[in-house]
Design a protein around this ligand. Structure first.
Ligand SMILES: *[C@@H]1O[C@H](CO)[C@@H](O)[C@H](O)[C@H]1NC(C)=O
Ligand SMILES: *[C@@H]1O[C@H](CO)[C@@H](O)[C@H](O)[C@H]1NC(C)=O
Ligand SMILES: *[C@@H]1O[C@H](CO)[C@@H](O)[C@H](O)[C@H]1NC(C)=O
Ligand SMILES: *[C@@H]1O[C@H](CO)[C@@H](O)[C@H](O)[C@H]1NC(C)=O
Length: 379
């Protein structure tokens, strides 16, 4: 459980964490400078043991000696028991709540890349082709390209392809791709774009199911999240969700809140009013989030806590060459031409009003955040 989840008002979750904190804090009070300190691990192990025994043990007995205070406040055990009961009740309530009916594919998910003779990049694209295809038929992957070789390759992996009909400085315009898939895939529930080097696991589906459950009317929404940079992704890693999770955990690095590599919306998002920013060049991501949140007043959902987005990190440039491309400033120039002023900090993932997380009942849910960094204040 990441500490960032503490910012949520998750009733059951927060109450258990609070109890753990009280317990943890309580035992730390016992610390003396020269004796071994009771670690957080010790406390968590003991609490897990207590929960696994279904409360039929003495909480105090399950703590190692170094963690034991002269006596645990009887209140702590009561609070812990109450928090656990609360979770059980919440899970029961959740189980009984009628589910929103979801049809599949839940998302028409597209990407685009420039064809390349670089063998490393070609391997990355193949990893992406296989990875996204493995989530069919829950999702439908689509590649925007005009290159017949890429079309053939994508089709071989079960992807659909569409031509690039709108460009700026040689890179595809984001809004036009969205409008095209919304029109062509009217049966899909959501529409998404992700960079060509992003790999997912099946938590993509559970996270999007949570989005659809929460936004179950015609309220527009924009979903994004942070990526996890993982170097040296081999085919063996790319082809297994478990391997991807392990690689991300062992050698991945959660990338900064100012880089957004994935966007999902429903069909109610007003794409027509979005300016012609292009993908693969700087600044379009932060502008889109800032504009949506501050000007359109539409919810942004940050999926970082429930959705693993593995970025296949290499030393070479990524999708459409990013900042290394000579036309990297295309989007800045467009904003300047349209006299649009942007405070890019308004478009960081940490500014999202909403976030997804997996709760104790094992379900991914959408929750309101109750605090943001000061820089998120809209200008
Ligand atoms: C790849 O190599 C071929 C043959 O050398 C060349 O014709 C083509 O333009 C190259 N493609 C790219 C994208 O560099
Ligand atoms: C891609 O192909 C479509 C039609 O198939 C065409 O309209 C469009 O201009 C092409 N785009 C580029 C960038 O060549
Ligand atoms: C529909 O969404 C609202 C919040 O937007 C939520 O409170 C409600 O539980 C949802 N309905 C279902 C059936 O999940
Ligand atoms: C990735 O692989 C290269 C060689 O293929 C190696 O030099 C490098 O140390 C590896 N990086 C990591 C983080 O494993």
């Amino acid at each position: 459980m990441s500490r960032s989840s503490l910012i949520f008002k998750g009733i059951a979750i927060l109450s258990l964490l609070t109890v753990l904190d009280i317990l943890f804090f309580g035992v730390l009070m016992h610390r003396k400078n020269d004796v071994p300190v009771c670690s957080a691990d010790d406390v968590y192990h003991s609490v897990v043991d207590y929960i696994q025994k279904n409360g039929k043990s003495n909480l105090e007995d399950s703590l190692p000696d170094i963690c034991r205070k002269p006596s645990i406040d009887v209140k702590i055990k009561e609070n812990l028991d109450a928090a656990i009961k609360n979770i059980i009740q919440e899970c029961e309530k959740e189980r009984r709540t009628p589910k929103v009916f979801i049809t599949y594919p839940i998302v028409a998910l597209f990407s685009t890349w420039a064809s390349t003779n670089d063998t490393v990049k070609a391997e990355i694209h193949k990893n992406t082709l296989r990875n996204w295809a493995s989530l069919k038929p829950k999702i439908q992957p689509i590649l925007f390209t005009n290159d017949s070789k890429e079309v053939a390759l994508a089709n071989e992996y079960g992807w659909h392809t569409l031509p690039i009909i709108h460009e700026g400085s040689g890179a595809p315009v984001l809004k036009t791709m969205f409008k095209t898939v919304i029109e062509k895939y009217s049966g899909s529930v959501l529409y998404g774009y992700a960079n060509s080097d992003i790999l997912f696991t099946d938590d993509l589906v559970s996270t999007l199911e949570a989005v659809v459950t929460y936004y179950n009317d015609s309220t527009p929404v924009l979903v994004t999240g942070r990526r996890t940079n993982v170097p040296n992704i081999t085919q063996e890693v790319a082809d297994s969700f478990d391997n991807l999770r392990a690689a991300a955990r062992d050698r991945g690095e959660l990338f900064s809140t100012n880089a957004e590599d994935l966007f999902f919306t429903n069909k109610y998002f007003p794409w027509s009013g979005i300016i012609d920013v292009v993908v693969g060049r700087l600044a379009y991501d932060n502008w889109l989030i800032a504009h949506t949140r501050c000007k359109l007043k539409i919810d942004i959902v940050d999926t970082t806590d429930s959705l693993l987005a593995v970025h296949q990190t290499t030393t070479a440039g990524g999708n459409w060459e990013g900042f290394k491309h000579p036309k990297s400033k295309h989007n800045y120039a467009l904003l300047q031409k349209l006299k649009i002023k942007v405070k890019f900090e308004n478009g960081f993932t940490s500014c999202a009003q909403m976030a997804s997380l997996r709760n104790f009942c094992g379900r991914t849910v959408i929750m309101k955040r109750d605090s943001w960094p000061a820089d998120c204040a809209c200008v």
